[in-house]
Design a protein. Structure first.
Length: 139
């Protein structure tokens, strides 16, 4: 029997996932990290992107997080996300609309323009679209 690690993915609204995994992949601020059972303790910020939970070899569950914190203990991984959604529940049309809106905001910089907000919204939309794309490839 393979070693496992307990994984909790929690958003500001609710718990999204709780279960055992053989491996977890997350979009840390400095790049994607892979967490195996008995991983060294770690706390890092997450950027918008896809969290993958490998429950068995070749079987993964996919989640989108808009950012947050990843805490790793030897037997527990906790993802505290601002927003977390199962990847299969992402709305591609809404993500495309958000991307276009953010791109327009960056192009049409008016008096009330907030570059950081527009860039953040664009990054979130792009991360959602990447998660949707990966999910489509797997089907």
């Amino acid at each position: 029997m393979a070693m496992t690690i307990h994984v909790d993915i929690v958003s500001a609204e609710t718990e999204i996932y709780s279960g055992l995994a053989e491996m977890v992949y997350a979009p840390a601020e400095m790049g994607e990290v892979g967490i195996a059972p008995r991983h060294t303790p770690l706390i890092t910020r997450l950027k918008p992107g896809e969290v993958r939970v490998e429950t068995k070899p070749g079987i993964q569950e996919h989640f989108y997080v808009s950012g947050g914190i990843l805490e790793v203990q030897p037997h527990v991984v906790t993802v505290l996300a601002d927003t977390a959604i199962r990847a299969k529940d992402l709305d591609e049309a809404a993500a495309l609309e958000a991307k276009e809106k953010a791109e327009q905001a960056l192009l049409n910089q008016g008096e009330e323009f907030n570059a950081a907000k527009a860039q953040g919204e664009l990054a979130e939309a792009m991360a959602q679209l990447r998660a949707i794309g990966r999910l489509k490839q797997m089907r």
